[in-house]
Design a protein around this ligand. Structure first.
Ligand code: ADP
Ligand code: MG
Length: 680
């Protein structure tokens, strides 16, 4: 039985106009023969060859290979049979131009899951067979046309398929190179390979065992070579052709091997239509790096997005740290503890030492009360982390008068004890040569109250009336950020003054070292009075870590939004460019399919390439982003904070962008039909 049997095979292309490319072709091709197909352009030669090579499917008729009807085969089975049976040589050589010659030769073996070292051996042997030994490492693009076509033949050879299908392999070559290609094909035939070839060239056809003549999709004749060639040259006619069904071995080139068996070459390494993951990844990396000029733009697109992401995240961490530090330095070191002072100092007291709402200790200004407050402040001052501590007593309001002629004003009065001015960061302009403490009958006047009175120059050591007493003004309160009311009040020492209320409320203000506020806030009430600690009101800053986290998350979410947009733009850009790249490489994907790749292998390759681009972009973006963070933080004299998690995140981000960007292109590539892609 013939190796390849076509029975009434028809192929119709539907479209705007329906084209019948093949019309009832019945043909037997024997194992081991050199079979040529000739005929006018558009006659259906390529369609017939593609059908034979399983790159195209007949719309009618049956086709059997070594007795197997391939009619009902799944596309996977077809890919396997194709990979198992056929090697292809095309008019346009379809090499991986920017990669070493060896890569092109190995391609068929790649889709047979042959291990790399074995691929290399087989490829080098095949190159030797076509007379290109030693050229394996050359870039394919550097070879001459004839050499390129011999590389294509070597590719068919290396896979060891029993049939080589060649569509006008000499069409792009001068006669000398054409002759050497024909010689190579003859040598193949002599080793037992079945060669099916389409040609316009009578001298090429002359080498064939038999020649079929195809016109308008129909076989006009199948003849032994002399007759067929004569007919093709117009020196005879189809009518003179001896139509034979059995091949005659009339070729001048006698066979050396391959007479036995079904003409199958002995060595067919690997398994058909299989691809190892490692090879896929390796192929993708080589594919991307071999076209670095074209892929650099894509890598940069991803890199910019990732850099933006890295810079955003990096800056937000640095900025957050900076905000937190600033916050630590200034605002979160103030702790206050306050309580209501004894309402009526003359009422009967409870046990001495008890303090709290309504409790009575000792009359304000008395030595006992003074000792009590001073003792409390001393205990607080001993707590670790306390820098300064003082007490502030609210004493309602009192009548203030600057001079006898002016109207009296009602102004708030407070008393201070300990290092209150330091603890509350009060800025006082003191009378020259006056120490920073208040003696008996000495007061400070707030700047705005001084203006209202009006007080006159401080240097004149003004004396005012406060309640029923004359007091000396020894300083002006310019600023009091923590207790702003001091700017509009009279501040006295802890003495009782006639006509001024005793305190209704007392606050202990504490200034702590950085980071100590929380701890001091917990300990201060106990230090003041362990028994009444729970009745005190404690003012502590928000836990800085909470505040910091809030600020950081605010900054971060804004920057993340930008980042998201940048990444989406990268996905869209990459996706678009990958689709364009796939369209540009249709022939390559068609060829890979011809060599046994399944649609999923093609999709995998495109996706893997996209991921490689994404990963490269991710790494480049990481470097750019960290550089940007460094420049920006240094410019602002911040301390750059690098989050180590950014490195893997950038890589993974790049990979995800790559994968997402490659999805559509991968799908498009997998749908490329080899017979359409490879049409010239
Ligand atoms: P040849 O190789 O002999 O020049 P082809 O087999 O390429 O001829 O083409 C035979 C006919 O089928 C032509 O009319 C061609 O336009 C048509 N044809 C071939 N392939 C396709 C296709 N994929 N889609 C539509 N028409 C096609
Ligand atoms: Mg053609």
């Amino acid at each position: 039985m013939a190796l390849l049997q076509l029975r009434g095979v028809g192929r119709t292309f539907s479209g705007a106009v329906e084209v019948t490319a093949l019309d009832g072709v019945t043909l037997d091709i024997e194992a081991g023969e050199f079979f040529a197909i000739m005929g006018p352009s558009g006659g259906g030669k390529s369609t017939l060859l593609n059908t034979i090579g399983l790159l195209d499917h007949p719309t009618t008729g049956t086709y059997t290979i070594a007795g197997d009807d391939i009619g009902g085969s799944t596309s996977r089975r077809l890919a396997e049979t194709r990979s198992e049976t056929f090697g292809f040589v095309f008019q346009g050589f379809h090499l991986l131009d920017h990669r070493p010659v060896r890569d092109s030769v190995e391609l068929g073996l790649l889709y047979r899951a042959v291990p790399a070292d074995r691929r290399r051996i087989l490829a080098d042997r095949a190159l030797e067979q076509v007379g290109l030994d030693g050229l394996g490492d050359q870039l394919a693009a550097k070879l001459s046309g004839g050499q390129r076509q011999r590389v294509a033949i070597a590719r068919a050879l290396a896979a060891g398929t029993p049939v080589v299908v060649a569509d006008e392999p000499t069409g792009n070559l001068d006669s000398e190179n054409g002759a050497s290609v024909v010689e190579t094909l003859l040598a193949l035939r002599d080793e037992g390979t079945t060669v099916v070839l389409v040609t316009h060239d009578p001298t090429v056809a002359r080498a064939a065992d038999r020649v079929a003549h195809l016109r308008d999709g129909r076989i006009e004749s199948v003849a032994t070579n002399e007759v067929a060639v004569a007919s093709a040259l117009g020196t005879g006619g189809p009518a003179d052709a001896t139509v034979v069904t059995e091949p005659t071995r009339a070729s001048s080139a006698p066979r050396s091997t391959g007479e036995g068996g079904a003409g199958h070459r002995p060595e067919r390494p690997g398994r058909p239509s299989r691809l190892r993951f490692r090879d896929l990844a390796d192929d993708a990396v080589r594919s991307v790096t071999s076209r670095l000029g074209k892929t650099a733009g894509l890598v940069v697109a991803v890199a910019v997005a990732v850099a933006l992401a890295v810079a955003s995240l990096g800056l937000s961490v640095s900025a957050g740290a900076q905000v937190g530090d600033t916050f630590d330095l200034h605002t979160n070191r103030d702790v206050g503890v306050s309580w209501d002072s004894p309402v009526d100092p003359t009422a009967e007291g409870e046990a001495p030492g008890a303090i709290g709402a309504g409790a009575v200790v000792a009359p304000f200004g008395s030595p006992e009360a003074a000792a009590d407050v001073a003792g409390r402040l001393a205990r607080v001052a001993e707590l670790s982390g306390v820098e300064s501590v003082g007490a502030l007593h609210e004493r309602g309001s009192a009548v203030v008068r600057a001079t006898a002629v002016r109207d009296a004003l009602q102004a708030p009065v407070v008393s201070i004890e300990g290092s209150l001015l330091a603890a509350a960061r009060v800025d006082v302009e003191w009378l020259a040569r006056h120490g920073p403490t208040l003696g008996d009958r000495e007061v400070l006047i707030g700047r705005s109250l001084a203006a209202q009175l009006p007080l006159g120059p401080l240097a004149a050591a003004p004396v005012i009336t406060l309640g029923d007493a004359e007091v000396a003004v020894v300083g002006i309160v310019d600023e009091s950020p923590r207790v702003p009311s001091l700017v509009g009040a009279v501040t006295t020492g802890a003495h009782s003054l006639p006509g001024v209320e005793t305190p209704s409320q007392t606050s202990v203000l504490i200034r702590t070292g950085a980071g100590a506020a929380q701890q001091v806030a917990r300990q201060a009430p106990l230090a003041i009075d362990p028994v009444a600690a729970e009745t005190f009101r404690v003012d502590a800053p928000i836990d800085p870590t909470t505040l910091r986290a809030e600020i950081e998350s605010d900054v971060e979410s804004t920057l993340l939004a930008f980042t998201g947009v940048a990444l989406l733009a990268a996905v869209a850009g990459l996706g678009n460019s990958m689709v364009l790249a796939v369209l540009e490489r249709r022939k390559e994907f068609g060829l890979r399919r011809a060599l046994g790749a399944r649609p999923s292998h093609i999709a995998g390759l495109v996706l893997a390439e996209s991921v490689v681009i994404g990963a490269l972009g991710g790494l480049l973006g990481l470097a750019l982003g960290l550089g940007a963070v460094l420049v920006m933080t240094v410019a602002r004299q911040w301390i750059p904070v690098f989050d180590l998690r950014l490195a893997p995140a950038a890589l993974i981000g790049g990979v995800i962008v790559g994968a997402a960007g490659g999805l559509v292109a991968a799908w498009r590539a997998s749908r490329i039909e080899p017979h359409e892609a490879l049409r010239l």
